[in-house]
Design a protein around this ligand. Structure first.
Ligand SMILES: [Zn+2]
Length: 236
C-alpha cells in the first residue's frame, strides 16, 4: 500500500474512534440525567457511572487505537517507507491526550452537575429560619447553619457557651458540592497543565481560592495546603 493511502486509512480510523467517543457519551446523556435527578445528598453513584464510562471510552477506544497502530506498523514495514513510523506513531499519542482531555472535561462537568443537584436538595432540606436557642436561657443564638465544623458560641444573654454541630448533610457539602465546583472553576488550567507545567500553580490557586471563599472557617487550613502545593519544587 502506498504511503499516502496508509496515512489516509490511519487518519480515518482515528477519526472514527473519536466519533465513537462522542456517540457513547451522547447515548449516556439521558440515563445520566435520570441518575442526577435521583441524587440525594451524596455523589457515590456518580463515581461508579464515571468509572464505567471511562472504561468504555478512554480505555477501550485507546486499546482499539493501539490495535490499529499494530496493523499500521505492519503495513509500513511492508511498504519499506520507515520514516512513516515516527511520523504516524505520534498520532497515537495525540489521540490518547485527546481522549484524556475530553474525558476530564466531561467528568468535571458531570460532577459539577451532580453538585448543583445535591446543593439544591440540601437547601430544600435545611431550615435556615429555624431558631437555635441557648440551652441555658433559651435566648436566640446567631447560628450559621452552613457551618462545616462544630462551633462554640457564647450566649449574649447569659454568657454560657453552646456547641453547635452542623447537620451532616451540610458538612458533606464540602466534599460532594464544593470540591467538584472548585474543580470546575479551575478546569482551564487543569487541562493546560498536561503540556504546560506553569499551569499547575494556576490550577491550585484557583481550586483552593474557591474553597477558601466558600468555606471561610477552613480558610487557614486551605491556605496552608495551597502554599505547600505552590512551593513544591516539582511544580516550579
Ligand atoms: Zn444563654
Amino acid at each position: 500500500m502506498a504511503g499516502e493511502e496508509l496515512i489516509n486509512r490511519w487518519d480515518s480510523y482515528l477519526g472514527k474512534l473519536k466519533e465513537r467517543y462522542s456517540e457513547i457519551l451522547v447515548q449516556a446523556d439521558e440515563p445520566l440525567n435520570g441518575v442526577i435527578e435521583g441524587l440525594q445528598f451524596d455523589n457515590v453513584i456518580i463515581h461508579n457511572v464515571k468509572n464505567g464510562l471511562h472504561n468504555q471510552t478512554v480505555l477501550q477506544l485507546f486499546e482499539k487505537a493501539e490495535e490499529g497502530w499494530g496493523k499500521m506498523q505492519a503495513e509500513i514495514y511492508k511498504s519499506g517507507n520507515l520514516k512513516l513510523l515516527k511520523e504516524q506513531g505520534g498520532k497515537l499519542e495525540s489521540f490518547r491526550d485527546w481522549l484524556n482531555a475530553e474525558f476530564t472535561k466531561f467528568e468535571v462537568g458531570l460532577f459539577a452537575r451532580a453538585a448543583r443537584k445535591i446543593l439544591d436538595n440540601v437547601k430544600r432540606h435545611i431550615d435556615e429560619k429555624k431558631l437555635h436557642r441557648c440551652t441555658q436561657c433559651a435566648a436566640e443564638l446567631p447560628i450559621n447553619v452552613y457551618s462545616f465544623m462544630a462551633v462554640n458560641i457564647k450566649c449574649d444573654s447569659c454568657g454560657s457557651v453552646n456547641t453547635y454541630q452542623p447537620d451532616d448533610r451540610v458538612r458533606a457539602l464540602e466534599y460532594y458540592v464544593l470540591e467538584p465546583l472548585a474543580e470546575e472553576s479551575a478546569l482551564e488550567p487543569k487541562l493546560r497543565r498536561d503540556y504546560d507545567k506553569s499551569a499547575n500553580k494556576e490550577y491550585f490557586t484557583k481550586y483552593y481560592t474557591f474553597l477558601m471563599d466558600n468555606v471561610p472557617e477552613k480558610r487557614d487550613s486551605y491556605k496552608r495546603t495551597l502554599d505547600e502545593r505552590l512551593n513544591n519544587p516539582f511544580f516550579g
